[in-house]
Design a protein around this ligand. Structure first.
Ligand code: PHE
Length: 447
């Protein structure tokens, strides 16, 4: 068998995993969910889940991936022995990657479209109604959003076809820190707008009476989505981690970075939204109307806007790459397809469903199911069902099914790293995480 590639260093893992984690989940979906679920109440639950449950779950995926050195389906098969049902978790993950990619590329396409619009100067001297109108006319355009989505998918397939190291590591190293810099600049601008304080209050002041089952599951789904956990993307990336790298500290760095970027996005969006009179519950259009409005108020806003959307396209691309990689790793290792063929099959399959997600945004589109767009349906099914269920099964697998000695061997790199902290992580993996995920998940099913 061909030698599998590895990430070149610990920095390589952090960069690739952060590349997967940072994306539209932070900048588009997080503000959307926080806005719809009461702001501060959502934030506090989100932070608790991302840090306490998200980190051990990310580590669990790395453990499975590196132990088995295989795609999610193969990994569960290798680690659970013959005639076991565990590989189903791998299949669920691959299906989930495919469904996420289908609707994620809709918004990914919008970022490309918005990059084009910012270069063309469409956001200069526009008032709020005009900017909102631009979002509606873009998403309703007969072919533009579809073309953008397909170009985005093709770009993703192109990078994935070339392989993990070349494709994934190189992109993120310089560009992700740059995104952070521009976000800090935006944050300063947003905080100095008049009326910003009200937005900050909305985002940071928790109203505990607003915490209900819906907020809990939304925060759980959002944290899994944002961290790329619960569906095998990080099992796949874990399989490229070399034996000597420290997975625990890498996971901690990624979780902290991802959480910081999400919070930063909130600090940009909410003060500005309140200042311009945009509803925090605006949904899909929230980020796409608020951000162009902020740029418009800035000196040099035209250039900042272009750079921002360019970096957002790249952050999004490093996420779609990790989603397609799940499918491609599985197709190449399970069905012996070549990387190029597998990338094409994955992208074409995704496009078939993805275009429906994009079309469902059009006013009057028949692609509505029970009052939700087809896009929303894919989003809810993956973030509220697949990922929590996948996450639950993954921690149960690592905590109870895998040999404890094997798990500790992975966590301590064969005994060369200190075990203390790792015992605490094992405790969360075995007890706290399954109970917390299980209770939140089941309570939503019963609600
Ligand atoms: N975490 C990515 C984001 O926040 C989305 C993603 C989910 C990527 C699941 C891979 C797997 O944008």
């Amino acid at each position: 068998m061909k030698q599998r590639e590895n990430f070149s260093s610990k920095l390589g893992i952090i960069v690739a995993t952060a590349g997967s984690a940072l994306g539209l989940g932070n900048i588009y979906r997080f503000p959307c969910e926080a806005g719809a679920n009461g702001g501060g109440a959502f934030l506090i639950v989100y932070l608790a889940i991302a840090l306490v449950i998200g980190t051990p779950l990310m580590i669990s995926e790395f453990v499975i991936g590196r132990r088995a050195k295989s795609n999610p389906v193969g990994a569960f098969r290798l680690l659970s022995g013959k005639k076991s049902a565990w590989p189903v978790v791998g299949y669920l993950g691959v299906l989930c990657a495919f469904l996420i990619l289908a609707f994620y590329t809709t918004v990914a396409g919008w970022t490309l479209g918005y990059l084009g619009k910012s270069i063309a100067g469409h956001f200069n001297h526009q008032d709020l109604t005009q900017i909102q109108g631009q979002f509606d006319s873009f998403t309703n355009h007969p072919w533009l959003p579809l073309a953008c989505q397909l170009v985005f998918l093709a770009l993703t397939a192109f990078v994935v076809a070339r392989g993990v190291k070349d494709g994934i590591e190189r992109w993120s190293k310089i560009l992700m820190p740059l995104l952070l810099v521009i976000m800090v600049v935006l944050c300063v601008k947003s905080l100095t707008l008049s009326g910003a304080a009200e937005g900050l209050r909305f985002f940071f002041k928790p109203d505990f009476s607003k915490i209900n089952g819906r907020v809990l599951i939304s925060a759980l789904g959002q944290s899994f989505f944002s961290l790329s956990i619960g569906m095998g993307a990080l099992i796949t990336y874990g399989s490229y981690i070399s034996k000597k790298d420290n997975m625990v500290s890498s996971a901690v760095s990624v979780v902290l970075a991802d959480t910081m970027v999400a919070v930063l996005a909130g600090v940009i969006i909410f003060p500005a939204a309140f200042s311009f009179g945009i509803q925090p519950e605006a949904g899909a259009s929230l980020a796409f109307t608020t951000l162009p409005m902020v740029f418009q108020q800035m000196t040099g806003g035209y250039f900042f806007c272009i750079i921002f959307f360019l970096l957002l396209v790249i952050a999004t691309l490093t996420s779609t790459i990790s989603l397609l990689e799940v499918i491609v790793a599985t197709l190449t290792e399970e069905l012996q397809l070549t990387r190029s063929k597998a990338s094409i099959v994955g992208a074409v399959g995704t496009a078939a469903i993805g275009v429906l997600a994009t079309l469902s945004f059009r006013t009057g589109s028949p692609l509505h199911i029970a009052g939700n767009t087809f896009f929303d349906l894919l989003d809810h099914v993956t973030a509220l069902y697949f990922m929590p269920l996948g996450g639950l099964l993954i921690v149960l697998f690592v905590g109870w099914k895998m040999e404890r000695a094997d798990t500790m061997d992975e966590l301590t790199n064969g005994g060369s790293l200190k075990a203390g902290l790792r015992k605490a992580i094992m405790f969360i993996i075995r007890y706290l995480a399954p109970v917390a995920i299980g209770v939140i998940f089941i309570s939503q099913l019963l609600a």
